[in-house]
Write a protein that binds this ligand. Structure first.
Ligand code: 13P
Length: 247
């Protein structure tokens, strides 16, 4: 399977930040992994134009479950696709927290994304309290069951495991903990969608940096990363792309 280095810019970046795209694509014209950046919606079309003819793909950070309609401020999967996106993140923990998104809503968004021809990057992950209570596998198993479309294929689904307590904190689970979760996810996904699960990229996310990327990418069933802070600068994200290309 071709691995995936995905960056989530979150609510960061104006047009000036597109210089990072040029730097990234120049430094990594033909990486041995897929390379995706998900900028704010305002930059999707511009970034897609800047990335045309390069190895970089562009994605959204969220979409509405409906294709169109009276939903002020929202953006549909079709609109993202029209703007040049090939993927969209759904169910990020920041949306589950800030916008009280439920598994059912995330599922509907993922289905809308796939129907529009986008890869759905479904995010799951436990809070620190849930991990401390020994409930990690319970929580992510429930999220996976509730937010992954049953008709998903290796070409239309990516799952990102992002422990909430590891996001933006500089803390990460141990290598053994990541290995446990990813093996569990592969098994649960196989039970849900069958043989296609073998080809679904399972990303780890949460404080991935160039300095810890190689050891994380060596973990079985880690097929790439979803990177926040370290995706904002071409040099940092490029270091992660290089580590994944070498893995
Ligand atoms: P950081 O890489 O900044 O920890 O963010 C991870 C994340 O939430 C990506 O979606």
């Amino acid at each position: 399977m071709r691995k995936l280095a995905a960056g989530n810019w979150k609510m960061n970046g104006t047009a000036a930040a597109l210089s990072e795209v040029a730097a990234l694509c120049t430094a990594h014209p033909a990486p041995a992994c897929d390379m995706l950046l998900c900028p704010p919606a305002t930059l999707v079309a511009q970034m897609a134009a800047a990335a045309k003819g390069t190895a970089l793909q562009v994605g959204g950070q969220d979409c509405h479950a409906k294709a169109s309609g009276a939903h002020t401020g929202d953006i549909s999967a079709l609109m993202l696709q029209d703007a040049g996106a090939t993927a969209v993140i759904v169910g990020h923990s920041e949306r589950r927290t800030d916008h009280a998104e439920t598994d059912a809503q995330v599922l509907a968004k993922a289905e809308a994304a796939q129907a529009a021809g986008l890869v759905a990057i479904v995010c799951i992950g436990e809070t620190e309290a849930e991990r401390d209570a020994g409930r990690t596998l319970d929580v992510i198993g429930t999220q996976l069951a509730g937010s992954v479309p049953a008709a998903s294929t290796a070409a239309t689904l990516v799952v990102a495991y992002e422990p909430v307590w590891a996001i933006g904190t500089g803390r990460t689970p141990t290598i053994a903990e990541i290995a446990d979760v990813h093996a569990f996810l592969r098994a649960r996904l196989t039970a849900k969608i069958g043989a296609e699960a073998a080809g679904v990229r399972l990303l780890y996310g949460g404080s991935v940096k160039p300095s810890n990327a190689a050891e994380i990418f060596a973990v079985p069933h880690v097929d790439g990363a979803l990177v926040g802070g370290a995706s904002l600068k071409a040099a940092d994200f490029g270091g992660i792309v290089a580590a994944l290309s070498a893995a």
